[in-house]
Design a protein around this ligand. Structure first.
Ligand code: HEC
Ligand code: HEC
Length: 371
């Protein structure tokens, strides 16, 4: 009898433990995943000019006014970091076209990363995300910094616990997704949408190419040699003594990137393997995403490790021809001899790049800290 009782008690205990565990799992699931993460309400209009490239918007994350607004709040929310001191905007600073004036950024624990913070501009047109393409899409990159130990060093579960019960976020999530439920999926989708809303087409370049303004003679020379092949015949049969920038920073895309990875000759020995570090393919060692050059005047220092302080230094790098290596790009044709540009042509390239600056973009109130 006694043993029977004991067994029964034990079974009851086990059963309730199992049930309790189930209940906990349910609660975890509820906290982790809201029923729907489809944005609702009025469509967000990107207001793009007729010559803009195609916007890349995933069908499962259509842009809506309310979710862009939620994304903006989360982007600037310091509670997304472990010690509540750092938001995405701490590294992605508006006056620097949402990049960082230091060569590599410091996270909440004072640890330096190894790469230069990328500008956030016109990403809605760009299929490659991050310097080496280690993130498949903007949604992933919108969630990753939170849990990156050398960046915001937090956990999404903890972030959500902190934001839950905040009436502001209950309202913003309700407006964006139809219910006041908070989860990581809704959060990362909204941040991605906010970043997609950050488009820039109001530089002097736009007003001169497609409007009534005119380039200065120096800017025009910069544009002309941008699109000319480097070298001169007979060494380079088609050479026009140009600067040869267009192959990779192509005008045709309107955002001055060909949306590819290249090794632009920065090093002969790689400390950062770039795309090859992600894929393991030696043919891709030292290759990095070609960045858009819009607002390049504001985003110093330059390159994936922030090694160049000024645009003049960048031009000098290309003029020197760069460093040879097994993977240096075929478009870097002058690793021996250099481009041999005159001082005037070098100044023209810098002047042209400065014509890509859009001050309205960096001061646009829609992108600034709402808190
Ligand atoms: C500690 C500084 C820091 C913080 C905080 C930070 N970032 Fe970044 N961000 C970087 C760096 C550095 C890179 C380049 C990473 C790489 O390529 O390895 C980057 C790259 C990106 C890119 C890729 C841009 C491109 O052109 O491909 C996006 C998008 C981005 N960050 C969004 C965010 C969001 C959203 C947050 C907040 C959740 C955030 N970042 C927080 C430093 C930071
Ligand atoms: C072979 C392709 C290629 C050619 C040709 C090329 N670039 Fe680049 N450019 C790149 C890549 C790739 C990067 C990023 C490299 C890195 O950080 O490792 C880059 C980076 C830059 C940057 C810094 C961007 C930033 O956000 O830090 C500037 C400015 C620039 N290029 C200007 C030029 C100019 C001016 C020319 C012509 C003289 C030119 N490029 C020719 C591929 C190219």
């Amino acid at each position: 009898m006694n043993t029977m009782k004991k067994i029964a008690a034990l079974m009851f205990l086990m059963l309730s433990l199992v049930m309790c565990k189930d209940k906990e799992d349910d609660m975890d699931d509820m906290a982790m995943n809201c029923a729907s993460s489809m944005p609702v309400g009025e469509d967000y209009d990107l207001n793009l000019p007729f010559y803009s490239p195609n916007a890349l918007i995933p069908t499962e994350n259509p842009m809506k006014v309310a979710s862009v607004n939620l994304g903006r709040h989360l982007f600037w929310e310091k509670r997304l970091s472990g010690d509540n001191t750092m938001s995405c905007g701490t590294c992605h600073i508006p006056s620097a076209s949402f990049s960082d004036p230091s060569p590599t950024s410091v996270g909440i624990d004072g640890t330096f990363g190894t790469r230069n913070t990328m500008a956030l501009i016109n990403l809605v047109f760009q299929p490659i995300i991050t310097w080496d393409g280690h993130q498949p899409d903007l949604e992933s990159q919108s969630a990753a910094p939170v849990e990156n130990v050398i960046e915001m060093h937090d956990l999404w579960v903890d972030v959500l616990v902190e934001l839950e019960g905040d009436t502001l976020y209950e309202r913003l999530f309700e407006e964006a997704y139809g219910s006041p439920c908070l989860d990581k999926e809704r959060s990362r989708k909204s941040i991605a949408q906010f970043i997609r809303s950050m488009t820039s087409f109001n530089a002097k370049y736009d007003r001169a190419q497609y409007g009534p303004e005119t380039f200065t003679p120096l800017e025009q020379l910069g544009l002309d040699i941008w699109n000319d092949e480097g070298g001169s015949p007979p060494e380079v049969p088609l050479g026009q003594q140009g600067a040869d920038c267009f192959h990779c920073h192509s005008l045709a895309t309107e955002i001055f990137t060909d949306n590819q990875f290249h090794n632009n000759g920065l090093d002969s020995v790689f400390t950062d393997l770039g795309q090859g570090g992600v894929t393991g393919n030696p043919a891709q060692y030292g290759r990095f995403k070609t960045p858009s050059l819009r607002n390049i005047e504001y985003t110093a220092p330059y390159m994936h490790d922030g090694r160049f302080q000024t645009l003049e230094e960048v031009v000098e790098h290309y003029n020197s021809g760069g460093h040879p290596s097994a993977t240096v790009d075929p478009f870097m044709k002058f690793t021996v001899g250099g481009l041999q540009l005159s001082d005037q042509k070098k100044a023209a390239l810098v002047a042209f790049m400065k014509a890509l600056s859009d001050e309205e973009f960096i001061t646009n109130p829609d992108f600034q800290d709402p808190f």
